[in-house]
Write a protein that binds this ligand. Structure first.
Ligand code: PLP
Length: 389
């Protein structure tokens, strides 16, 4: 409906660009130099990248020298998920990749590993990586094939459930494996520390934080252990990721990372209050409502719910017609809504649809009110067997 007010409740798919990020990007777009050039123009562009590296490193308490910029988290995942590593000058082989069943496809697809080298770690019905199953898998790992690598996300993009990465790290360490943490959804929502998590690598994306789409980073614990480059060429990013850097995107990423650092606690408190009240009212409106991960450690902005009898696709369209942008789990490039692999991994019937509401720093009470009004109508229509108007 043209002119109709829309409410954006899909922040886990992407966050609107922050004003500070836009400003930093516009300024950077006017820098004429190539950051690899040694002249003044080049050095000015280089300075923006150096600053961005410091800001992104600060977000995860890493050393700035350990940040490798990429075109997004998917590229960062493909950079690190490879059987071929180097420890200094010595080649190091990874034999198998173990990924949890609830990972984002960017990780679950296994990067540069062959399909048969990728092993799924089961998750519990409650949506947490099954630690006992991981222990058993690593115990059975054939060390002759190379080291084991484990990739587990810090917070799930659909349910928001926070994963026990520290406990995962302990299991991985006992087996001398490598540990990769996808922190894409946690960034800007939880305090992050690569050292605290005892991760070898972390993956970040700019656009989930209020930075631009098409920016991301692979953060490493040190500089000695590094994956075989995915993109080779002019040797930018210390040879780990060639290609002239997207200076403006990195300037925006940095501005978003700074804002996330500065506002983390205040944002979380406000959003958690808004989300918890919203969930209480949803439960009152539809007593058969299932809120996945309610009562568990979860991102404060995320509600992933199922209304028995309401299919994901039907629900998403019904809310869209009500002016509300929410999603059926992860955003799929085809625009199609498939069964949620997260719900399936948690042992739910694939036919049970899931819908995700994700709030952000500028979500207002009025937005939640508008959602609740639509929710009440859609839940009632569903009971009459006509979910979509
Ligand atoms: N990992 C998680 C948990 C995500 O939610 C996403 C994006 O939805 C990605 C990775 C991929 O990030 P990007 O869009 O930067 O490639």
């Amino acid at each position: 409906m043209p002119g109709r007010l829309r409410t954006y409740l899909d922040w886990n798919a992407t966050a609107p660009l922050l004003a500070a990020a836009r400003e930093a990007m516009v300024t950077a777009l006017d820098l004429s130099g190539n950051p690899s050039s040694v002249h003044g123009e080049g050095r000015a562009a280089r300075a923006v990248i150096d600053g961005a590296r410091r800001d992104v490193a600060a977000l995860v308490e890493a050393d700035a020298a350990h940040v490798t910029f990429a075109s997004g988290a998917t590229e960062a995942a493909n950079m690190v998920l490879t059987p071929e590593f180097r420890m200094g000058r010595t080649p190091l082989k990874v034999g198998k990749l173990y990924v949890s069943g609830i990972e984002h496809p960017a990780v679950r697809e296994g990067g540069r590993f062959e399909k048969e080298q990728v092993v799924e770690i089961p998750v519990t019905h409650a949506g947490m990586v099954d630690l006992a199953a991981l222990e058993a898998l690593l115990e059975a790992h054939d060390a002759a094939s190379g080291l084991p690598m484990v990739a587990v996300m810090l917070a799930n993009n659909e349910t928001g459930i926070i994963q026990p990465v520290r406990a995962v790290a302990e299991i991985v360490r006992k087996r001398g494996g490598l540990f990769v943490v996808d922190a894409v959804q946690a960034a800007g929502r939880l305090p992050l520390s690569i050292g605290e998590f005892d991760a070898d690598f972390m993956i970040l994306s700019a656009h989930k934080l209020g930075g631009p789409k098409g920016g991301g980073a692979l953060v490493s614990r040190g500089e000695v252990l590094m994956p075989k480059p995915l993109i080779r060429g002019g040797g930018q990013e210390k040879g780990h990721r060639s290609g002239t850097e997207n200076v403006a995107a990195l300037a925006g990423f940095a501005a978003a990372a700074r804002a996330a650092q500065d506002e983390l606690a205040a944002r979380n408190e406000r959003i958690a209050t808004l989300r918890d009240r919203m969930e209480e009212r949803m439960a009152a409106l539809a007593p058969d409502l299932i809120i996945h991960g309610r009562g568990m450690a979860r991102l404060s902005n995320t509600t992933f719910f199922s209304l028995p009898g309401l299919k994901s696709e039907t629900g998403q369209i019904a809310f869209d017609l009500e002016g509300i942008a929410l999603s059926a789990g992860s955003a799929c490039s085809s625009g199609k809504v498939g069964a949620s692999h997260v719900l399936t991994a948690m042992g739910f019937d694939a036919a049970l649809g899931g819908l995700r509401v994700s709030l952000g720093p500028t979500t207002a009470e009025g937005d939640v009110e508008q959602f609740l009004e639509a929710f009440a109508r859609i839940a009632a229509r569903r009971r009459q067997g006509v979910a979509a108007a």
